[in-house]
Write a protein that binds this ligand. Sequence first.
Ligand SMILES: [Zn+2]
Length: 628
Amino acid sequence: MMKNIAAFLLLFTLCSSAQTLYTPYDVQKAYKNGTRTPEGNPGSKYWQNHASYTMYVSLTPPDAQLQGQSQITYFNNSPDTLKEIVFRLYPNLYKLGAERDFSLSAEDLHPGVDFTSFKVRGKEQLTDENTSFRQSETVLTIKLEEHLPPASSVNFEIAWNYPLPSKSNVRMGRYDSTSWFVAYWYPQIAVYDDVFGWDKIPYTGQKEYYNNFNDYTVTIDLPESFCAWATGELQNAADIMPDALLEKFTAAHTSEKVINLITKEEAEKGYKMKGREGRVQWNFTAMNVPDFAFALSDHYLWDAVSVVVDSTTMRRALVNAAYKKTSKDYYEVADFSRTIMAYFSHVLPGVPYPYPVMTVYNGQGGMEFPMMCNNGSTSRGGAFSLAAHEIAHTYFPFYMGINEKRYAWMDEGWAVMLPMDLVLEHFPDIDLRNRNAKAFNTVAGTEFEIPLYIPSQQTSGSAYRIHAYTRPGMAYYILRDALGKDNFDKALREYMKRWRGKHPLPNDFFYSFNNYLKDDISWFWKPWFFESGYAELFIKSAVQKKNDLTIIVEREGNLPVPVKLLITLEDGTTISKYETAAVWKTGLKEKKYTFKVSGKVESVLLGDLIIPDKVAENNFVKLSSTKK
Ligand SMILES: [Zn+2]
């Protein structure tokens, strides 16, 4: 009986903890339908749709016209009969008159993706009588003549073309007359999911991913003087690479040291692949990935090395860096990326890098794709930090299929937080915690500081930046400190295990942590993820009576942050005290600290540069002046 009561109490605690957070009606419906559970698990009836893409694409630089053909098979695993299929036409960001978050160079604008054929189940749709297409810029909805029942598939055969941009490079584009990074580039079937149905949020430039997990077989047809790098594994290296390059490429797959596959001297001479009639077809395949991107050049340098990413199986991943000879930082990028991938695989999050390859391509800014990064050239430390951020995205939003259009903080926040300790270890002058705390302090407490629970597509400009990156990055870091690294890391890995290759929502994340740790972390989730607000602690009083020092720290801001005290005595000795944000767990508004001191106290300092705090001036109290 006692056992039963205990079991009941445990169940009651778990159920009640699962209900302490606001759960939108759509998500409650998913619980009822059995596709998700209030314990933060995918439900027994969880489903997701996917597609298989076979694509052929050709480009002849410096001509920017991309010619493509796709054969797509889309599988309906949902319990619903689909009457329409929604496609995304990302290149229409550059369509004349399209809605955009940024202004683009007029010479990059075009009339939109030009379809020369669009067959559904073998039947050409581009006829004068066609009434099945509804297009609004980046979203194309196709009414199916014959509906798509559950557990069935539909085929599409599409031929299209459009010019790639050369000046306004939003996540992709041209980086010199013959070097391109090609992404957001092919007609792609949108996500149809268990909570929101078809995702029809248009692509306007700033909000990024929400993709199905698909299979890709892609042929990239280029002049023989070009190299291609892409998502997936190259299938025909032996057919297209000259012997010397092939030998180095093969060796790099198991090499512990960086190999210069194409040296500066070789790049200056120009490449020559084994072409037919002057052209080469690069064949790549990638299974169960949320996107496919590729890059090319006829004069970039190419370094490669490998790294063990799974210590159980000793599986290795190949690491490539493709770059301009003038990018000084890039000569170390392959080696940096190897260090970064080892850290993510073995330390934090401590999940083996899931792909066979990673290529960091010298483009512009910093942008992640499965197995690819498009990164600009920067300082040495900047290159490490940037590669760490973009490679961290492998886990969020790719390994975990995050809906970044709605919840950018569920992936950008992790890409900010996961590399913090790693970057500091290798570049002590780059403290990302400090940078984030500083950025947050300026916005926190203003009307531009928007609760994380508000969907990302409702935010823009600097509010988006804080919402997607700064605040969640700090929240994860502070929570790890509060829960203890070991506990936090285990809960994170459990969440990742439950939702890898799936589409978690915010409640799935919160409830997975609560459920795994058997702890209701609402004291942290609510202020940091559901409310506006700021962090603000101050020294309410600091009084010394003989050998007793009493300090009262007051919490004025709603966000729980750690308490760090540094007491300096007149003789120069110091006493420090640190408590994690968990000190505020029970809702305390102030905390009293008492210390035995051996002499006169000169000053008390609260906080430091890595703990966000709105007002710095009230964190220092001088008790006496030194008589020296
Ligand atoms: Zn990012």
